[in-house]
Design a protein around this ligand. Structure first.
Ligand SMILES: Cc1cc2nc3c(=O)[nH]c(=O)nc-3n(C[C@H](O)[C@H](O)[C@H](O)COP(=O)(O)OP(=O)(O)OC[C@H]3O[C@@H](n4cnc5c(N)ncnc54)[C@H](O)[C@@H]3O)c2cc1C
Length: 390
């Protein structure tokens, strides 16, 4: 328990203790900053998520315990609604699957072990920037800090409270519906254990996924909120179809959840005076793949660096550093997404030439992956062909 908190001045207060918040806190603690994390839930808790972690995200964390890894993924399978598919396979690890309850608890515990003060089950209610310091008013008292990091996810109150953003427009948000299904030993009959499946059944903009997770599968659908209505209806129709076609009945069904995912690739204000936004609060998910964990981790890391710099010299370049580290990549992803999605055959046609030439691999394995992909002559030539197809 913290002492009477009104007397304390933290270097950094972080709202939200999920991937962006806890990783930012770990990095702040490494720089000896007095850090407080305020998290409204009590961990472990499950968050609506496919639970796919790319190799580049894994590298950023610097390794995770073996026991929280469910599946190792070496292939991506892409399907159209006729059941035609292509497979992108790699000798190198592409992704792992896991339950978010386990990943998020692991990161938050690591923050505690690094010396971060963590308050779970405490909700941030208001944020006040007084110029010389910031205050976070919570369900358990008021906390003062020199800098505040908004890591409260897609519905974070920080942007609203500080005037950085009122709300998301429907054009910058993907709406998803998802559920986990327990298949037990039948999972082997249902899907490949080392592959993630992406289905393009002609949604307005988006796709459906099937990710194996131990004895469970995560199934979900997502599409741009401006054109993708009634996601639950799509989810139910899709799951009914795949279970029927593959002749496997789930043993148990987890709760159906709807959640939004704000996507990046456009410049937004993510800094105001003593306040910085990270992860989904800043709208940093990949518009093409929906990957958000890597960008949450990376922005958390960059925010910690900026807090340290700002406290020493009064200056930081967080916005520019995010744009340079991955904003330009997300811009490329956005362009591709806008061209690709909407027709089930476009994606398969465009990717087919690359089943043998893995120019797509950097996107999953490397920082600045989209830029690296586009630096291959063959990918640039393909982009021209794709333009013609589209
Ligand atoms: C259905 C779905 C599937 C996805 N699948 C994948 C995937 O397979 N791979 C991938 O890389 N990305 C995936 N994503 C994206 C990924 O989940 C997010 O990008 C990532 O979780 C962002 O992390 P974050 O820490 O910024 O926010 P979040 O993980 O949303 O965490 C925000 C935290 O802040 C806390 N909080 C919020 N408000 C307050 C408050 N007022 N006071 C205190 N605490 C507060 C919340 O309780 C929560 O713990 C998916 C997203 C969705 C919606």
């Amino acid at each position: 328990m913290l002492p009477s908190t009104n007397l304390l001045m933290f270097d950094v207060i972080i709202i939200g203790g999920s991937v962006a918040g806890s990783f930012c806190a770990i990095k702040c603690a490494e720089k000896s900053l007095e850090t407080l994390v305020i998290e409204k839930d009590v961990f472990p808790r499950e968050k609506p998520c496919g639970g796919g972690l790319t190799f580049k995200a894994l590298k950023t964390i610097g390794g995770i315990p073996r026991e929280i890894v469910e599946n190792k993924v070496y292939a991506l399978k892409l399907f159209n609604s006729k059941g035609e598919s292509i497979e992108l396979r790699s000798k190198d690890l592409l992704c792992i699957s896991l339950f978010r309850s386990k990943l998020d608890s692991f990161l938050l515990n690591r923050a505690v072990d690094s010396g971060v003060k963590v308050l779970e089950g405490v909700k941030a209610l208001k944020v006040r920037d007084y110029g010389e310091h910031v205050e976070c008013i919570t369900s358990k008292g008021v906390f003062k800090g020199k800098i505040l990091v908004g890591a409260g996810g897609a519905y974070d109150l920080t942007p609203r409270e500080t005037g950085l953003r009122e709300k998301w427009s429907k054009k910058e948000v993907i709406v998803c519906a998802t559920a986990n299904f327990k298949l037990g030993s039948k999972i082997k009959e249902f899907c490949d254990l080392d592959a993630f499946e992406f289905h393009f059944p002609g949604f307005p903009i988006g796709y459906a996924w099937i990710f194996p997770k131990g004895e469970w599968v995560s199934i979900g659908v997502g599409g741009l909120a401006s054109s993708f209505k009634k996601p639950l209806r799509f989810l139910r129709a899709f799951t009914k179809r795949v279970f029927r076609e593959r002749r496997v009945n789930p043993l148990e069904k987890g709760k159906e959840r709807i959640h939004i995912l704000p996507v990046g690739g456009v410049k937004r204000r993510i800094v105001k005076n003593r306040v910085l936004l990270v992860g989904d609060s800043a709208g940093f998910a990949d518009p093409l793949s929906g990957e958000g964990i890597y960008y949450a981790l990376k922005s958390g890391e960059l925010a910690a660096k900026s807090c340290f710099k700002a406290l020493r010299s009064g200056r930081h370049e967080y916005e520019r550093e995010c744009w340079e580290a991955f904003g330009l990549d997300l811009k490329i992803a956005r362009k591709i997404a806008l061209k690709f999605y909407g027709s089930e055959d476009r994606v398969l046609k465009a990717i087919k030439p690359f089943t043998r030439i893995p120019v797509w691999k950097p996107v999953i394995r490397d920082e600045r992956g989209y830029r690296k992909m586009m630096s291959y002559k063959i990918a640039r030539a393909a982009a021209k062909t794709i333009k013609k197809i589209i």
